[in-house]
Write a protein that binds this ligand. Structure first.
Ligand code: FE
Ligand code: FE
Length: 317
């Protein structure tokens, strides 16, 4: 009988978007002991690289072309994003208000460091030479990192490091940053599944971690606001300021550029994808970049509304 709870089980957990909206988990439940059994001894057992070692990258993914470029650009960017998240989030560990919350953020720091590692290492699996790894990351993602991630990081470090604002940091991670990125991560798992199953499994594992980060983060913010109702107005304003950043940063251009590359690769390898459905009733080969991005945007709006309502920030305080 496995000790791994359903929401953390590689084969039984819900999808990221569904899980983030249906699972309820508190830091009291998801403490260090829970994590040890559910993650290192559970989901990660036999998957040190984030996927079943028997899954090898197909040869066509290692050949130069738009499909490989799309995945390198995506994972280079996400690896840097995860590393920045690891470093920023570590500032919440010493200011967490109680031991359970402190333990939870310590595990999240390790989760994010692991995500950075598995995305980065998959670039090597795609044939990037070890000695050129950082150069390739810079070539494929450097400009996007500076345009999108650096401003978000600056915003986050001001809150978490400079102001030591615990509630602000939790809201920033749970609503503004991870909440907004989760749908893109789920889209990624679904679209890479038939083309690079190892990458899809890496996304799946990171998505399962994300269910925990989002639901526990929301539970922490909800409890904090219940105990400090005078902070609701400030919390709401901080979320609004953070969400505004997504409207001014060039995120849409970045996502579309990757989807256009993916589309070219998809057309070249349509035979491999066959009748695979990206979501029920819709074949991946029939989708367009615009449709995929629009679907992820719908998930984002849905998730944000449900999480804000759960935290108690559904209406303007
Ligand atoms: Fe992560
Ligand atoms: Fe996370």
């Amino acid at each position: 009988m496995s000790a791994v709870p359903r929401e953390a089980d590689f084969d039984r957990a819900p999808s990221l978007v569904d899980g983030a909206m249906s699972v309820e988990l508190t830091p009291r439940e998801a403490n260090l002991r829970y994590w040890l059994e559910a993650v290192p001894q559970g989901m990660l057992a036999g998957r040190p690289d984030g996927h079943d070692p028997a899954l090898v990258v197909p040869e066509f993914m290692r050949e130069p072309g738009p499909l490989r470029d799309a995945l390198i650009a995506e994972y280079a960017f996400r690896s840097v994003a995860e590393e920045k998240a690891t470093r920023a989030l570590s500032y919440l560990v010493p200011i967490a208000p109680d031991t359970e919350t402190m333990e939870f953020f310590a595990t999240q720091v390790l989760d994010e460091a692991r995500h950075a590692m598995v995305f980065r290492d998959h670039l090597l699996a795609l044939g990037v030479p070890t000695g050129r790894l950082w150069q390739v990351i810079e070539e494929y993602a450097g400009a996007d990192v500076r345009a999108v991630l650096d401003p978000l990081e600056e915003f986050g470090l001001k809150i978490m490091r400079d102001d030591a604002d615990f509630l602000g940091g939790v809201l920033l991670m749970t609503i503004v940053i991870e909440g907004a990125l989760a749908p893109a991560a789920e889209l990624s798992e679904r679209k890479w599944r038939p083309l690079d199953p190892a990458a899809a499994d890496i996304d799946r594992g990171a998505g399962i971690d994300e269910i925990r980060h989002l639901t526990v983060g929301a539970a922490i913010a909800k409890q904090y606001l219940a105990e400090h109702p005078e902070e609701r107005r400030r919390a709401w304003e901080l979320v609004a300021r953070g969400m505004h950043m997504w409207t001014v940063l060039p995120v849409r251009e970045l996502v579309m550029r990757r989807e256009v590359l993916f589309q070219q690769g998809l057309e070249q390898h349509a035979g491999v994808v066959g009748d695979y459905e990206i979501w029920p009733g819709r074949r991946l080969v029939d989708t367009t970049p615009e449709e995929r991005v629009a679907t992820a945007d719908e998930w984002t709006a849905e998730m944000k509304a449900s999480r804000l309502a759960y935290i108690g920030l559904g209406e303007t305080p």
